[in-house]
Design a protein around this ligand. Structure first.
Ligand SMILES: [Ca+2]
Ligand SMILES: [Ca+2]
Length: 401
C-alpha cells in the first residue's frame, strides 16, 4: 500500500487512522503530509519506529487532535491549529513524548492549543506557543519557543532561546530551573517558586518587570551576579536570594515572613535572606514622579509649570495638596534667636532634595541631607535652620524627583 492509498483509506473511515498509521513508515507519513492533502481529519497517534524520523517541510493542518509520542524526534514543518468546517473540536497538539521539537505553530489563535508535556519525560520545543487560556507544563529540555497568550505556565525545565516570552497569567516553578533567554523575558506573570525549587540566572533581566514573585520557605534564587527588576518580592521565612558576585534584584516592594519591609538596600550583612556580595534593592514606597505627572501634569518635566500657576510641576508633586504659592516662600520663624524655615512635603512623593543658601541671591551653597541643619523628623515637612551670624541670608528648597 502506498501513501496515497493509505490516505484514501483513512479519509473514508477516520476512526481507522491509528490502525493505518501503524503500517506507515516515515516516508509514507511524509507523503500523507503533502501540501496537496495537508489536513489530518481526526485523532491521530504517530508511533513511528525507533529510527526517530523527522517530518520535514510539509505544512500540516490539524483539525482535531494529534498525539506526538516518543520517539518522534522533530516536527520540522509549519503546523496550523484550528477548527475545520464541520468539526466540533478545537485542535490540539499533545507533546507528551520525549525530545520533540516543533519549529512553527501558526494560527493557534482562538481554537487551537498546544499542550506541553505533562509527564515526567523531557520535552522541548522551538515553536511559538499561544497558551490560549490553557496550562502549559514545561519539563526538562530547552524551551526555546516564544510563549504568548494568557494561561498558566508550569516550569520544570530550563527556559532558553532568543525571543522573549510575553504570556500573561501565572507561572509556577518547581525543581531547578535555569533562565537562559538571550533577549526578552523568560518568565512573565506572577511567579510562585515552590518548595525546594531554585531559579538560576544565566543572563540579566529574565523576569518581567511587572511580575510579583513569591518564594516558599525552601525556595531560592541564584542571580549569579546578574541584575533584574521585578514588581514585588515575597519571601517565606527561610527563602534565600543568592546574588552571587554583585548581582542586584530590584523590586518595588518586599515582604518577608508576612511583614512588609521598607525601601532600602538589603545585603548579606543586614539581612538573613541574602547571600553573596550583591543586594536586593527595594524602592521606596510611594508614587513616582512619572506616574504623578502622567495624571497631573500632562507628563511634563519637573521644572515645567503645567498649569501656569507659578509653581513648578516638581514642587507641586513634592509638596502635594499642601503645596501652595505661599508654601514655596514660607516665612522665617525666629524662636529664641534661632531662625527656621519650613516647607510642606507629601510623604508619598519619591524625591530627594537639598536646601540652597545664599547671602547675595547669586551664589548658592548646597546643604544636602543628612545634615544637622535639616530636620525631617515630621514626614509632612522639611525644616531648615539658618546658620547664625550673617544678618541677611536667603534659602530655597530644591527637589529632584
Ligand atoms: Ca526584569
Ligand atoms: Ca504649576
Amino acid at each position: 500500500m502506498n501513501a496515497q492509498q493509505a490516505l484514501k483509506k483513512f479519509l473514508v473511515p477516520p476512526e481507522k487512522v491509528r490502525e493505518y498509521f501503524t503500517y506507515l513508515h516515515c516516508a509514507n507519513i511524509r507523503a500523507v503530509l503533502d501540501p496537496a492533502v495537508p489536513m489530518l481529519p481526526s485523532t491521530l497517534e504517530i508511533k513511528p519506529p525507533s529510527r526517530k524520523p523527522t517530518i520535514n517541510n510539509h505544512p500540516m493542518k490539524i483539525l482535531d487532535r494529534i498525539h506526538l509520542r516518543a520517539p518522534l524526534k522533530h516536527l520540522a514543518c509549519a503546523v496550523a491549529l484550528g477548527l475545520g468546517a464541520g468539526t466540533t473540536h478545537a485542535a490540539v497538539i499533545d507533546i507528551s513524548g520525549t525530545n520533540i521539537n516543533i519549529d512553527t505553530v501558526v494560527g493557534a489563535g482562538n481554537t487551537g492549543r498546544l499542550i506541553g508535556d505533562t509527564s515526567t519525560a523531557t520535552s522541548a520545543f522551538t515553536s511559538a506557543l499561544d497558551l490560549n487560556g490553557y496550562t502549559l507544563t514545561l519539563n526538562g529540555g530547552n524551551k526555546n519557543g516564544a510563549i504568548s497568550g494568557n494561561g498558566v505556565v508550569i516550569v520544570k525545565g530550563n527556559i532558553a532561546g532568543s525571543t522573549g516570552n510575553t504570556y500573561t497569567g501565572t507561572t509556577t516553578v518547581s525543581g531547578s530551573v535555569t533562565l537562559q533567554k538571550t533577549a526578552g523575558n523568560a518568565l512573565c506573570g506572577d511567579i510562585s517558586v515552590g518548595a525546594s525549587a531554585s531559579l538560576n540566572w544565566s543572563y540579566a533581566n529574565q523576569i518581567s518587570d511587572l511580575s510579583n514573585m513569591t518564594l516558599s520557605a525552601t525556595a531560592s534564587l541564584a542571580l549569579a551576579g546578574k541584575a533584574d527588576t521585578i514588581a514585588g518580592l515575597t519571601l517565606a521565612t527561610g527563602a534565600l536570594v543568592n546574588t552571587g558576585a554583585g548581582g542586584v534584584l530590584t523590586a518595588n516592594s518586599l515582604t518577608v515572613a508576612g511583614v512588609v519591609q521598607p525601601g532600602g538596600t538589603y545585603t548579606s550583612s543586614n539581612s538573613a535572606f541574602v547571600t553573596g556580595s550583591g543586594s536586593v534593592v527595594v524602592l521606596p514606597a510611594g508614587t513616582s514622579y512619572e506616574i504623578w505627572a502622567s495624571t497631573n501634569a500632562g507628563g511634563g518635566a519637573p521644572n515645567e509649570d503645567y498649569d501656569h500657576d507659578g509653581m513648578s510641576n516638581g514642587l507641586r508633586y513634592y509638596m502635594g495638596a499642601a503645596g501652595t504659592l505661599a508654601a514655596i516662600s514660607p516665612p522665617v520663624v525666629t524662636t529664641a534667636g534661632v531662625r527656621t524655615v519650613t516647607w510642606p512635603r507629601d510623604p508619598s512623593a519619591i524625591a530627594s532634595f537639598k536646601v540652597q543658601v545664599s547671602t547675595n541671591l547669586s551664589t548658592w551653597t548646597d546643604v544636602v541631607p543628612p545634615n544637622a541643619a535639616i530636620d525631617e523628623s515630621i514626614p509632612t515637612q522639611v525644616t531648615y535652620t539658618l546658620p547664625a551670624g550673617a544678618a541677611k541670608q536667603f534659602c530655597r528648597l530644591v527637589v529632584m524627583p
